[in-house]
Design a protein around this ligand. Structure first.
Ligand SMILES: [Zn+2]
Length: 457
């Protein structure tokens, strides 16, 4: 007989292990009990019958650009979009804030910006750039989940790409600190040369841009990063892989004992190269969208369990930076945190992805990989972060429902399955029917040093 603050009755509860009708009892912001027909009283009872209850999405790759570039996307707007999409925790990237999160002082600025403006819980990535490697110690002390490095130019002046020497030194230090390094893996040499050649020849369409970032550029960079991780004993995470071939490289390294995982993003799973050409610069990203056979190949690796997690790489910019005739000059980055879960629910099941895997890819696995204790789980003792979804609704995405700073998405007009009806953060509803209902109370989550960083093979 329990006494709960909140009782969510009769929902179809989705976890990586099972999909079954159950009640969830919440006390003091934590899941206190899960089971059929829980006995007990509660201050508030929600009837979730007919709805699916997912663990709140843990989006491991988001760019909220506070402080400094909130006019692109800030914590206030970005976290509302996250909540509306069913996310209760996200990991913020060290760029494109200004200053970027590269040391203790910039970490403190980011944290100060998040206080009072973040509607969901958050963790932070630190940056790995050329220069003083001791900054990684400062960031680790403050509580970053790991260090993000670029193997190609970032497009932002204050965040330099990591040359091989920087990557090696950074991985060695990260290994000592027991934190992972995440890499944007595209060969700088290939992409820079191909871009320069296209510009010399006056070829600046989106199709020219796509051709300047071939699959081989991604594969080469992944191989190099894997070798360095193997040499240094560093835990490696490859962000936003865009092809199944890239996933195979990562899986092969993991099979021989390298602690390496990869993520992919909803846009690589929902859209292809022809969509990019049709949609234009709203669909510009790097690595770029790929031909359809790569999309389906990537899906096969997701269904096979070779992709550790799906993250949005939410990285919008102001519309005026995504216009013009020069696709190379336009800002590359896609707004996607609000649609991550719905893309998985739309595109996954028809390809054989069970709902259990959706809960794993969107919540349990990222929380586990980045050691976010109490997140991404509906087990007793976990934070009561819940997302209630009506799976019976399929509707075209309207720009009016987007809560980002700029209401842009390459998915506008496309039918998406599942409506996120309610997002609950630590037992309190923060978003109801697409509208925010509670004041921002997002908290910093630091990685739990008691948990393992090891990738599951
Ligand atoms: Zn990113």
């Amino acid at each position: 007989m329990g006494r709960f603050d909140l009782l969510v009755r009769g929902g179809t509860v989705v976890t990586p292990a099972a999909v079954e009708v159950a009640d969830i009892g919440v006390l003091d912001g934590v899941v206190a009990a899960v089971g059929p027909d829980l006995a007990g009283s509660a201050r508030e009872t929600l009837d979730a019958s007919g709805l699916h209850v997912f663990p709140g999405v843990v989006d491991a790759h988001v760019h909220c650009n506070d402080p400094g570039r909130a006019d692109w996307e800030g914590l206030a707007h970005g976290t509302r979009a996250l909540a509306a999409g069913g996310a209760t925790t996200f990991v913020d990237m060290p760029l494109n804030a200004s200053p970027p999160t590269l040391d203790g002082a910039s970490f403190d600025l980011k944290l100060a910006a998040a206080k009072g403006s973040a509607s969901v819980d958050f963790a932070l990535w630190g940056g790995l750039v050329p220069g003083d490697v001791d900054r990684l110690d400062e960031l680790a002390e403050r509580g970053v989940v790991g260090f993000k490095a670029f193997m190609c130019p970032t497009g932002i002046d204050d965040f330099e790409m990591a040359d091989d020497e920087t990557l090696l030194a950074g991985m060695a230090r990260a290994a000592r600190l027991r934190l992972p390094v995440a890499v944007h893996a595209e060969s700088a040499e290939l992409t820079t040369r191909l871009a320069a050649q296209a510009l010399r020849e006056g070829r600046t369409t989106l199709r020219d841009y796509l051709a300047s970032r071939p699959v081989v550029a991604e594969l080469q960079a992944i191989e190099r990063a894997v070798v360095m991780a193997e040499l240094t004993g560093c835990s490696l995470h490859v962000v936003h892989v865009s092809t199944g071939t890239a996933v195979h490289l990562v899986a092969a390294a993991r099979a021989r004992g390298v602690d390496v995982t990869c993520e992919t993003c909803p846009h690589y799973l929902a859209l292809d190269e022809e969509d990019a050409v049709e949609l234009g610069l709203v669909a510009k990203c790097s690595p770029p969208l790929r031909p359809r056979h790569h999309v389906e190949d990537l899906w096969r690796t997701v269904v096979a369990g070779e992709v550790a997690l799906v993250a949005s790489d939410h990285s919008p910019g102001p519309p005026e930076l995504k216009q013009g005739d020069d696709a190379f000059a336009a800002w590359g980055g896609i707004a996607g945190c609000q649609t991550l879960l719905r893309v998985l629910l739309t595109e996954g099941p028809p390809r054989g992805l069970p709902l259990e895997a959706v809960a794993a890819l969107s919540a349990a696995a990222p929380a586990r990989r980045f050691r976010l204790a109490g997140k991404g789980s509906l087990a007793p003792g976990a934070d009561a972060d819940l997302t209630l979804v009506d799976m019976g609704i399929e509707a075209a995405l309207g720009s009016g429902e987007l809560l980002s700073r700029h209401r842009q998405s390459p998915l506008v007009g496309r039918p998406l399955r599942g409506r996120v009806g309610r997002t609950i953060l630590r037992g309190s509803t923060v978003c109801l029917g697409g509208d925010m209902v509670a004041s921002p109370g997002g908290r910093l989550v630091r990685p739990d040093p008691g948990l393992s960083t090891e990738a599951r093979s």
